[in-house]
Design a protein around this ligand. Structure first.
Ligand code: NAP
Length: 249
């Protein structure tokens, strides 16, 4: 129970990678707040945490659209009033609006940047002061390998995830004097709702490019995030940890 007494926030904790991260941190003793845009959206995550064998899982749900500055300020206020601090901030909420560049609308570009990049900026801003005051904490931003490589059909998404790396490195430099580390975990292809919509042909062709011969599971990402929150990672900041089964090496 290495995270006993720690408070964690996981944005987009209702399903997929976010749910796995929330459960992994709670399994190690952290009190976890998860967000969804929908009332009741995190119910299954809360149930999974309540069912942890340790019996000590503590979690609460918050409803917020991370792209809305007012909503982010409101849930940050609620969280800090309820528990007074935040140790681990995991910016995981993300969306795709895929399309070839020549057909991509400015609306689809803006929507992806608003959630994935601006949302992360807003949530970091809402908590950075409290974390700095506490002189410690971990921020882990969930990026993507396409932020490093680019991807045809994902100009908006790749730009948002590349931007996340620049944002994280800048924050890592600004917050280091307060003993706050800021890192990115960059997943490859992970089996979640986000990738479920791909055709069997695309999935098959992607699998051929993964040396470890399997798609990633949400737990693969959750374990990397838990590592970056742990004492073992206290001297790691400003880094991008790729978790992709070797796909982009
Ligand atoms: P997912 O299953 O589609 O879940 C997305 C999560 O983000 C949901 O919890 C959703 O909450 C939340 N969310 C979306 N828009 C939001 C908003 N405006 N405000 C607050 N929350 C919002 O996705 P996933 O596959 O688990 O992906 C999680 C993260 O990993 C994303 O940042 C994604 O870009 C990244 N990633 C995924 C893969 C992959 O292969 N799956 C690969 C690389 C990176 P509600 O719908 O409940 O509101």
């Amino acid at each position: 129970m290495q995270f006993s007494g720690k408070v964690a926030l996981v944005t987009g904790g209702s399903r997929g990678i976010g749910r796995a991260i929330a459960v992994a941190l709670a399994a190690q003793g952290a009190e976890v707040f998860c967000t969804s845009t929908k009332e009741g959206g995190c119910a299954e995550t809360l149930a999974a945490i309540a069912a942890l064998p340790s019996g000590s899982g503590k979690a609460q749900a918050l409803v917020a659209d991370v792209a809305s500055a007012a909503a982010v300020e409101a849930f940050a206020k609620t969280l800090l009033e309820r528990v007074g601090k935040l140790d681990f901030l995991i910016n995981n909420a993300g969306i795709t609006r895929d399309g070839l560049f020549l057909r991509m609308s400015a609306e689809d570009f803006d929507a992806v940047l608003a959630t994935n990049l601006r949302g992360t900026f807003l949530v970091c801003k809402a908590f950075a002061r409290a974390m700095a005051k506490a002189r410690g904490g971990r921020i882990v931003n969930v990026g993507s390998v396409v932020g490093l490589t680019g991807n045809a059909g994902q100009a908006n998404y790749a730009a948002s995830k590349a931007g996340l790396i620049g944002l994280s490195k800048s924050l890592a430099q600004e917050l280091a004097s307060r003993s706050i580390t800021v890192n990115v975990v960059a997943p490859g292809f992970i089996d979640t709702d986000m990738t479920a919509a791909l055709t069997p042909e695309i999935r098959e062709s992607m699998l051929k490019h993964i040396p470890l011969s399997r798609f990633g599971m949400p737990d693969d990402i959750a374990r990397a995030v838990a590592f970056l929150c742990s004492d073992a990672a206290s001297y790691i900041t400003g880094q991008t940890l790729v978790v992709d089964g070797g796909m982009t090496m």
